[in-house]
Design a protein around this ligand. Structure first.
Ligand code: NDP
Length: 451
C-alpha cells in the first residue's frame, strides 16, 4: 500500500523535530504536526526562557558581591517588561530556527492538531493523511491539584507571560520547577514562600543534595515551608490569599503551582487504535520506543521515562536509526546527567547514595562541603558540596552530585567519565584544575562516614 508519508510525527518539540530531521536525512518522506508553536516546551515555555530568567535573577547577588571586589554599583533596579520583551524576542528567534530546520530538511509542517484514526492514518486539521509509521512526540503539560480556587493560580505555562513582576509569590511544589522559580522570583526581589507537602524538597535526589539546596535557598531568602498543604485559594481586594490546611493564610500577588506534569495523550485517539497507556496517561513503549501497535512509536515526555529534552532528542535519534537507518538502537537511559537551576544549582549523574546502597550494598562515600573561593571576599555565606559514591567491590564511581556555582556545566564532563565506568582510582589520577570548585571531584581522599 502506498502511503502519503513514510513518517508522520505528532508534536514538534525537541524529540519530534530531531526524529523527523534525522529520518528525512535517511531518505524518509516526513511530515510533522504542531498545534501550538514549533520548538516544544523546552524552547517555548521551559528550559530556555527559564534559564534566561535564572540569569536575570542572579544579577542581584552579583551586584552585591561586586562591591566587595572594589566596584561601586549604583542601586540596581529591575524592569520586568524589558526581561519579558527580550526573552520573547529570543524565543521568536529560536522558533524561527526550528521552522528553518524543518523546511531545510524537507519535513512538511502542518500547523494544526493531529489525532490518530488508525494505525496508519492521521487526521490533521481538516485533512486525512496516511503514513507507514506514526511517531507520538506530544510532550507533557503541567498538572494542578483540584484545590478550590485553583483557577487563580498559574503554572509554568503562564509564568513567562505575566504583565507585572509579582512582589509576593507563593510557589507550590518541591520539584525541579518549584525550586527553580522560587530562586528566580527571590533573586528578582519578590518575597517568596515555597510550600512543599513533604519533609524534604527535590524528592529522588541524593539526600545531601536535598538538604544542601533547602539550606542554601533558605539562606538566600526563600521562605521554605514543609508539610504545607494548600486548602483553598481566594481572590482578595489586593491580590490572592492561599489558606493552608492548618488554617494559616498567606497573601500573595501570584501563586505558582509546580506540582508535576502529565503526558499529553488526551484526545489523541490512542485507545481506539490500541496504543496502550499507563495509569497517568503515558504511552507505553519498548526499549526501541515502539508502542503496542507495530507502526506507532513514541518518544520524549509523553512516554514518561526521563522527562528531559536531551533524552527526548536521543530517543528521537535512536528511533530514526532503528526505523529508517537499518540499525536498531535502544537508547540507554542509565547515567543521564542533569541539572537543577536552583540558586546555587545542582548537577547530578548516576545513582544517589540510597540507590547505590540498595543496588550495590557496600559503597564508599566521599563528600566535601566548603565555602567557594568567590565568597571569600563577599558577605555571602553560600556553601558548595561535592559528593562521590563509589562501589567498594569494583572501585567504580556510581554517582556524582554537585551543589554550587556552575554545577550544571561541571557535571556534563563528569557524566562522560561516569558513563565510561571510570573508577575512583582514575578520578584520583586526574589532575585538578586549580583553583576551581570542580577540582574537589578529583582531590577527595578521605571517606565520609557521617549520615
Ligand atoms: P516534579 O515531579 O519534579 O515535582 C513535582 C512537585 O510537586 C513534587 O515536589 C511533588 O511532591 C509536588 N506535588 C505533586 N502533586 C502535588 C499536589 N497535589 N499537591 C502539592 N504538591 C504536589 O515536577 P516539576 O513540575 O517540577 O517538573 C516536571 C519535570 O520536568 C521534572 O521531573 C523534570 O524531569 C523536568 N524538568 C527538568 C528541569 C531541568 O532539567 N533543570 C527543569 C524543569 C523541569 P512529592 O515530592 O511529594 O511528590
Amino acid at each position: 500500500m502506498a502511503f502519503d508519508y513514510d513518517l508522520f510525527v505528532i508534536g514538534a518539540g525537541s524529540g519530534g523535530v530531531r526524529a523527523s530531521r534525522i529520518s528525512s536525512s535517511m531518505g524518509a518522506k516526513v511530515a510533522i504536526a504542531e498545534e501550538f508553536r514549533v520548538g516544544g516546551t523546552c524552547v517555548i515555555r521551559g528550559c530556555v526562557p527559564k534559564k534566561l530568567f535564572v540569569y536575570a535573577s542572579h544579577f542581584a547577588e552579583d551586584f552585591e558581591d561586586a562591591e566587595n571586589y572594589g566596584w561601586t554599583v549604583p542601586k540596581a533596579k529591575h524592569d520586568w517588561k524589558t526581561l519579558i520583551r527580550n526573552k520573547d524576542t529570543e524565543i521568536d528567534r529560536l522558533n524561527g530556527i526550528y521552522h528553518t530546520i524543518l523546511s531545510n530538511n524537507n519535513v512538511e509542517l502542518y500547523e494544526s492538531r493531529a489525532t490518530i484514526l488508525d494505525k496508519n492514518t492521521v487526521q490533521v486539521g481538516d485533512k486525512t493523511v496516511t503514513a507507514k509509521y506514526i511517531l507520538i512526540a506530544t510532550g507533557g503539560t503541567p498538572t494542578m491539584p483540584d484545590v478550590p480556587g485553583i483557577e487563580h493560580a498559574i503554572s509554568s505555562n503562564e509564568v513567562f507571560h505575566l504583565d507585572e513582576m509579582p512582589k509576593r509569590v507563593v510557589v507550590v511544589g518541591g520539584g525541579y520547577i518549584a525550586v527553580e522559580f522560587a530562586g528566580i522570583f527571590n533573586g528578582l526581589g519578590a518575597d517568596v514562600i515555597q510550600l512543599y507537602r513533604g519533609e524534604q524538597i527535590l524528592r529522588g535526589f541524593d539526600h545531601h543534595v536535598q538538604a544542601m539546596v533547602a539550606q542554601e535557598i533558605t539562606k538566600k531568602g526563600v521562605d521554605l515551608r514543609t508539610h504545607a498543604n494548600p486548602a483553598k485559594i481566594e481572590k482578595t481586594a489586593d491580590g490572592l490569599a492561599i489558606t493552608l490546611e492548618d488554617g494559616s493564610v498567606i497573601e500573595a500577588d501570584a501563586i505558582m503551582y509546580a506540582t508535576g506534569r502529565r503526558p499529553n495523550t488526551e484526545g489523541l485517539g490512542l485507545e481506539a487504535v490500541g496504543v496502550e497507556t499507563s495509569l497517568n496517561g503515558a504511552v507505553v513503549v519498548d526499549a526501541f520506543s515502539k508502542t503496542t501497535v507495530d507502526s506507532i512509536y513514541a518518544v520524549g515526555d509523553v512516554t514518561d521515562r526521563i522527562a528531559l529534552t536531551p533524552v527526548a532528542i536521543h530517543e528521537g535519534m535512536a528511533f530514526a536509526e532503528t526505523v529508517f537507518g537499518g540499525k536498531p538502537r535502544a537508547f540507554d537511559h542509565s547515567n543521564v546527567p542533569s541539572a537543577v537551576f536552583s540558586q546555587p544549582p545542582v548537577g547530578s549523574v548516576g545513582l544517589t547514595e540510597l540507590e547505590a546502597r540498595l543496588q550495590f550494598g557496600e559503597v564508599d562515600i566521599y563528600k566535601s562541603e566548603f565555602r567557594p573561593m568567590k565568597q571569600t571576599l563577599t558577605q555571602g555565606s553560600e556553601r558548595a558540596m561535592v559528593k562521590l559514591i563509589v562501589d567498594r567491590a569494583t572501585d567504580r564511581v556510581l554517582g556524582v552530585h554537585i551543589v554550587g556555582a556552575d554545577a550544571g556545566e561541571i557535571i556534563q564532563g563528569i557524566g562522560i567519565a561516569v558513563k565510561c565506568g571510570a573508577t575512583k582510582e582514575q578520578f584520583d589520577a586526574t589532575v585538578g584544575v586549580h583553583p576551581t570548585l570542580a577540582e574537589e571531584i578529583v582531590t577527595m581522599r578521605e571517606k565520609y562516614t557521617g549520615d
